[in-house]
Design a protein around this ligand. Structure first.
Ligand code: CUA
Length: 179
């Protein structure tokens, strides 16, 4: 190869590499802006040994809470082998923040059809923000192997249209899984 040919080949490959890098960056930025898919950047620690006794994840604070500004926060504990609570009512078409932590081992959860998909690590609070556009029930299974009962570990997310949305005076809402 002459020096000129080598230069041409190098130029060609640097253009290919440049296009590939541009596409990768566009996909990362595009999915983060358009679909809220991004790597976890939220690091918040919590003492896993005292979770259920007091503070944000005390038993009486778990479940769905409508905040004074109209946003919705759902607090959940992932434990061997259940999510508490089992049924999570959420309003259709409004921003929902799910906050979840574990007192024992690593769990995970995914809500099909949404961007809600994260690990739940003892000592840390995982937070996911999403909007449920369609009413209906979604399974929320554990997706990190956490022991013998892993496959039995799931909750139900019930997305309610405005006409069916109910909360009590303190802004709390609950639902039950039909038997
Ligand atoms: Cu919890 Cu698998």
């Amino acid at each position: 190869m002459t020096e000129q040919e080598i230069r041409k080949t190098e130029l060609r490959w640097s253009i290919v590499a440049g296009i590939a890098v541009t596409i990768i960056i566009a996909v990362i930025v595009g999915s983060s802006l358009a679909m809220a898919i991004h790597p976890p950047s939220h690091v918040e620690t919590i003492d896993p040994t005292t979770l259920s006794k007091s503070g944000e994840f005390a038993e009486s604070n778990l479940g769905t809470q409508i905040n004074p500004d109209g946003t919705v926060t759902v607090r959940v504990i992932a434990t061997q082998f259940a999510f508490v609570p089992r049924c999570l009512p959420v309003p259709q078409g409004r921003p929902v923040t799910i906050r979840i932590t574990s007192p024992d081992v690593i769990h995970g959860f995914i809500i099909a059809g949404t961007n809600a998909n994260t690990m739940v690590v003892p000592g840390y609070v995982s937070e996911v923000q999403t909007v449920f556009n369609a009413a209906g029930d979604h399974l929320m299974p554990c997706h990190e192997y956490c022991g013998l009962g892993h496959s039995e570990m799931w909750s139900l997310v019930r997305v309610l249209p405005p006409s069916e949305w109910r909360n009590d005076q303190s802004g709390r809402a609950s639902c039950e899984i039909p038997r």
